[in-house]
Write a protein that binds this ligand. Structure first.
Ligand code: NAP
Length: 279
């Protein structure tokens, strides 16, 4: 066991609940691997306690915190400074406490692109179609639009997709009923809905007319092999599961708090895969 000194850097993840989060394992793995004088802990914080709790962590000398459901908008409002990704994504999942200030960023944008790169997928290969209009869809849209990729979103509740497009110039909206026909002209499909999570539901796509070089990314990571990915694989399409994004989104925070840009290595993948298998 590593022993902390009085100079230890401390960060954590604020959520309500926070039990399901893999972040303590991810950061704990890296702290041990790099032998750092630091700790990363779960911070179960109820919504009404979020702002005083964050101010308390800042006052107590914490390096910062990750933020998950339901605090991402509150973190956005709380931050003294927001980086480009946080402003574009409209939500904050990483807070860095620096010189008495709270800096907010959204590392899902970085994690999404790094996950694609890990899988050998080129986001700029052609037009992208994103299923969903929630937080994950917005992060993926921002990532791809900022790479100059033509992006279309389609969502069960079209009004949410239209509202997203109003905030992200260049984003196009497609009728949910037409999602399968659009695959013929799509290079990258991203499932950013909760369909498939925990083995429940499926986006119901027909891949028979999909472009042969279509890449299919599913952001759902429990299970890793969703029915969507299984169907895409059966059509010989390239598949990207949600694990890469989950692991890579943790890197910028770790770097800011502990001073090392950590590697997403096989040992980390195995650790989190074993954890997900028990989920
Ligand atoms: N791999 C990663 O690192 C990573 C990171 C972030 C998120 N995720 C995953 O991404 C998924 C979305 O997360 P989120 O935070 O964006 O969730 P969210 O904000 O709650 O959005 C949920 C989306 O799913 C759609 N949806 C839910 N039930 C549906 C149904 N029965 N039929 C059609 N659409 C349905 C919603 O459509 P409506 O608007 O019509 O309700 C909405 O677009 C989750 O599974 C999450 O675990 C993964």
């Amino acid at each position: 066991m590593r022993l902390l000194t009085a100079q230890a850097r401390v960060a954590g993840i604020a959520g309500w609940p926070v039990r399901h989060s893999r972040s303590p394992r991810i950061h704990g793995h890296w702290l041990a691997r790099y032998g750092l004088d630091g700790a990363y802990i779960p911070l179960p914080i109820a919504p009404e306690a979020f702002v005083p709790a964050m101010r308390g962590l800042l006052a107590a000398g914490f390096a910062g915190a990750n933020v998950t459901v339901p605090h991402k908008q509150a973190a956005f409002a709380l931050a003294d400074r927001l980086d480009h990704t946080a402003r574009r994504a409209g939500a904050v999942n990483t807070l860095v406490f620096r010189h008495g200030h709270i800096e907010g960023s959204n590392t899902d944008v970085f994690g999404f692109l790094a996950g694609l790169a890990d899988a050998g997928a080129d986001p700029a290969a052609g037009p992208a179609l994103i299923l969903g209009a929630g937080g994950a869809a917005r992060a993926a849209s921002v990532a791809l639009l900022d790479q100059g990729v033509p992006v279309t979103v389609t969502n069960r509740t079209e009004a949410r997709a239209t509202a997203l497009a109003a905030e992200l110039p260049g984003l196009r909206v497609l009728d949910w009923a037409r999602r399968s026909e659009a695959l013929a002209d799509t290079a990258l499909l991203v499932n950013a809905t909760t369909l498939g999570m925990g083995g429940h539901g499926d986006p119901g796509l027909d891949f028979s007319r999909a472009a042969r070089d279509l890449a299919v990314a599913d952001l759902v990571y429990v299970p890793l092999e969703t029915t969507l990915l299984a169907a895409a694989r059966a059509h010989g399409l390239r598949c990207i599961d949600g694990l890469g994004m989950l692991l890579h989104q943790a890197r910028p925070g770790f770097h800011a708090w502990f001073g090392v840009d950590p590697e997403v290595d096989a040992a980390l993948r195995d650790l989190i895969l074993a954890d997900l298998a028990g989920a």
